[in-house]
Design a binder for this molecule. Structure first.
Ligand SMILES: C[S@@+](CC[C@H](N)C(=O)[O-])C[C@H]1O[C@@H](n2cnc3c(N)ncnc32)[C@H](O)[C@@H]1O
Length: 222
């Protein structure tokens, strides 16, 4: 089997992220041929989509928000849940975070996060496991970009984020209005017109929002 980093480099091109041109990522043009290549490489006909080869609308919104509001992460330790390409973690480091971790369950994502961090001259710690089975991480801010695209993940993410919030960790969510997003429970902070690709979405431009989790009920500020 090819090393994951070699596979990522073979199937992507390094280029600036639309709307966040200060960040470069190893990105793919087409999803289906790459998905097929992942299946052949892993011998798994049911392999996960190559999420890591694209900048998703939710992550793009978080990146824009951190550029506009660097104080949200400046000097703070950031944990990028479901990191994919590492986009949100890299944006956080650009905004002045003291450290960033990218967590993803996909081996190719882990390789992509490392390659993309290096391409941007940043250090990102990579965690490749299902952290939703664990306690909240040692972090000041958790970023969750585009995590509400499937029911099973959606139902696990929110309780985990709530527990992190209850421990005093700030939570920022980026999402283009996916089906499973519990928007009624969130506080909208900003909205961005982001450019993605019709390889992934029905439209090239999406309106993607950034949300915070409100303080727990009964807290002094809640
Ligand atoms: C739609 S992508 C979003 C990537 C990135 N945050 C962005 O906005 O560009 C979702 C990512 O979640 C990852 N993922 C799915 N389940 C996960 C889990 N339990 N823990 C961590 N990552 C997970 C997938 O591998 C994928 O890379």
């Amino acid at each position: 089997m090819t090393a994951p980093a070699t596979f990522v480099l073979r199937h992507t091109r390094r280029r600036p992220v639309p709307g966040l041109e200060e960040i470069v990522l190893h990105l793919a043009d087409e999803v289906l041929p790459l998905w097929r290549a992942v299946g052949v490489e892993t011998g798994d006909s049911d392999a996960a989509l190559p999420y890591w080869a694209f900048a998703w609308a939710g992550g793009l919104a978080i990146g824009r928000y951190l550029r506009d509001h660097p104080e949200a992460v400046s000097g703070r330790r950031v944990f990028d849940l479901a990191s994919g390409s590492g986009l949100c973690a890299i944006a956080a480091m650009h905004a002045g975070a003291s450290a960033a971790t990218g967590a993803d369950i996909d081996a190719f994502a882990a390789a992509a996060i490392e390659l993309n961090a290096r391409a941007n001259g940043r250090r990102i710690r990579v965690v490749r496991r299902d952290v939703l089975e664990e306690e909240a991480p040692e972090a000041d801010v958790i970023l969750a970009g585009d995590c509400w695209y499937e029911a099973r993940l959606a139902e696990r993410v929110l309780p985990w984020l709530r527990r992190a919030r209850d421990r005093g960790i700030a939570v920022l969510i980026g999402d283009p209005g996916r089906r499973y997003l519990p928007a009624e429970e969130l506080v909208e902070l900003a909205s961005y017109d982001v450019r993605t690709t019709t390889e992934l979405e029905d439209l090239e431009h999406k309106q993607a929002r950034v949300y915070a989790l409100p303080p727990p009920r009964g807290s002094a500020s809640g």
